[in-house]
Design a protein around this ligand. Structure first.
Ligand code: UDP
Ligand code: MG
Length: 172
């Protein structure tokens, strides 16, 4: 009898954990050279951090031409491609991996539309930018692309598995 009860509890716990796992996402974010040059690192990280999404990886790096070409491969044929590679490799950046439920949608909402002129007030690009070629921040547009982009900039062992003590105050 006791044994049966334990199994049911285990199944319930497993199901609950599975629900959480399904919505858990990893997002790749990069503070671009203009954000670093303008001294906005802290301000922009704060906007992402205060949501409760968890930073699990972070690095200050100058993007190489090879990294940039991999990252922006999808835009290779676009007229802005050469300038985009030049821009992203022009000064240091801050690369981050952010984890949490709906991390991609929440981060992209905070980042705002690609052109700062279209980006809503309250978004990073809406509040800090004017030019599409200087739009401060990158965030992957899907879980699959995030995985690919994380692979360009991070080794798996550089991503930290940790539990914020405030986690129960952000997710039920
Ligand atoms: N970009 C640009 N001119 C354009 C479109 C895009 O310089 O007309 C740059 C801009 O830095 C943008 C990046 O290319 O963030 C990637 O473009 P994408 O359409 O993927 O926008 P995002 O996902 O960054 O909003
Ligand atoms: Mg994009």
């Amino acid at each position: 009898m006791i044994q049966e009860h334990v199994s049911v509890t285990l199944i319930i716990n497993k199901t609950q954990k599975l629900d959480k796992l399904i919505t858990m996402e990893r997002e790749f974010v990069m503070l671009k050279p203009d954000a670093v040059q303008r001294g906005l690192i802290g301000t922009l990280i704060n906007r992402l951090e205060r949501t409760g999404l968890k930073i699990i990886g972070m690095k200050f790096l100058k993007v190489t031409k090879e990294m940039a070409e991999k990252h922006y491969e999808v835009h290779k044929a676009r007229p802005f491609y050469a300038k985009l590679v030049e821009y992203i490799t022009s000064a240091p950046t801050v690369a981050m991996v952010i984890e949490g439920p709906n991390a991609v949608a929440i981060t992209r909402k905070i980042v705002g539309a690609t052109h700062p002129a279209d980006a809503a007030p309250g978004t990073i690009r809406g509040d800090f930018g004017i030019d599409i070629g200087r739009n401060l921040i990158h965030a992957s547009d899907s879980v699959e692309n995030a995985k690919m982009e994380i692979g360009i900039y991070f080794k798996e062992e550089e991503l930290i598995d940790w539990t914020p003590t405030l986690a129960p105050w952000f997710t039920e």
